[in-house]
Design a protein around this ligand. Structure first.
Ligand code: PMV
Length: 327
């Protein structure tokens, strides 16, 4: 029996990944930048054992079968192939945040699973190799492997498509105030969504302009320039959602309350409260602000009709293996 546990944080993209050049390898159309979310996490234990009839997967104590289990099994095959160990595995994962509603649960999940599977099989892999493997489970998972502020270099092949840290967690004291407007699982997951991106006539323009936005975002982070960060983060989110809404079939991830938040935040900013919004493939709104403003921002978000509650997350560290004696 070979077992290990790991923990990883979800991340929120400032410059979004939407659409693949290669769906199977999850090679993205464009580079992306994100921040890991401290305080929110996925813990995963993986045990490879000859005593199991086949792979098993439980998420938050509930057994997962069908396509969910199939995805985990295909992912574990990558590790079985690398190690030569052909044993079935049991994966137990728990999230301490709502699954499937725009807080990238698959990113934390596949990042933690990569760390745990590699450790259980005694594979000694570099962070780049782990990031490449995590990418195969869910593209954005490659960004939850390194810590802090992270850029996914899109690359041209499996070998050179991975994420690197551009600044450590303590570089800039930002908080993500996440306005939860729905706990429901999203109707169209991001794997299916990526495949639709190319049906939007706006996708080519969004992708072509991405190097410019990446540059603005990267230097805003390095210079801790919140004004510059705000405009590029909101623009990038709007561009991705414009692509989603103009795909065939169209994808509408927003709820009315999402728009309430999106209209309030720039108004607050205009009146001196530094904050900006961004949404992933779900209705919850991530409102990024310097931590000094987080109290005010959270209080105001709680007043907005349709906002059920607000979660707070600082800048998170890398995925890491958990000390076996503490598990
Ligand atoms: O990693 P995936 O396939 O769940 O895609 C994530 C897509 C977005 O969250 C919408 C954007 C991003 O860059 O995280």
């Amino acid at each position: 029996m070979q077992s290990a546990s790991a923990i990883a944080h979800p991340n929120i993209a400032f410059i979004k990944y939407w659409g693949n050049r290669d769906d199977n390898l999850r090679l993205p159309e464009n580079g992306s930048i994100s921040m890991n979310l401290d305080g929110l996490s996925t813990r995963t234990q993986v045990t490879f054992s000859a005593g199991l009839p086949s792979d098993r997967f439980t998420l938050n104590g509930v057994s997962v079968t069908g396509p969910g289990l199939e995805r985990v099994s295909r992912f574990l095959d990558l590790f079985r192939r690398l190690s030569g160990v052909q044993l079935p595995a049991e994966v137990q994962s728990t999230n301490d945040f709502p699954t499937g509603a725009g807080i990238a649960s698959s990113a934390a999940a596949f990042s933690a699973l990569s760390q745990a599977a590699a450790a259980a099989l005694d594979l000694s892999l570099t962070d780049q190799q782990l990031s490449r493997l995590a990418r195969r489970g869910s593209g954005s998972a490659c960004r939850s492997v390194p810590g802090g502020f992270v850029e996914w270099l899109p690359g041209g092949s499996d070998e050179d498509s991975f994420a690197v840290s551009i600044a450590p967690p303590d570089h800039w004291d930002l908080t993500d105030c996440i306005a939860i407007v729905s706990n429901r699982h999203k109707p169209v997951g991001s794997t299916a969504g990526h495949a639709l991106a190319k049906t939007s006539p706006l996708q080519a323009a969004r992708v072509a302009d991405t190097p410019r936005r990446l540059e603005i975002c990267r230097s805003a982070i390095l210079q801790r320039d919140f004004d510059a960060l705000s405009s590029v983060v909101e623009l990038d989110s709007n561009l991705m959602h414009a692509v989603m809404m103009s795909s065939t079939p169209p994808l509408f991830y927003w709820e009315p309350a999402s728009l309430n938040v999106m209209k309030s935040v720039p108004f607050w900013r205009k009146h001196g409260v530094p904050a900006c919004y961004t949404l992933d493939a779900g209705p919850n709104v991530h409102v990024i602000c310097p931590s000094a403003a987080a109290g005010t921002v959270c209080q105001r978000l709680e007043q907005i009709p349709g906002v059920m509650r607000v979660l707070k997350a600082g800048v998170g560290g890398p995925a890491r293996r958990l000390d076996p004696s503490l598990v």
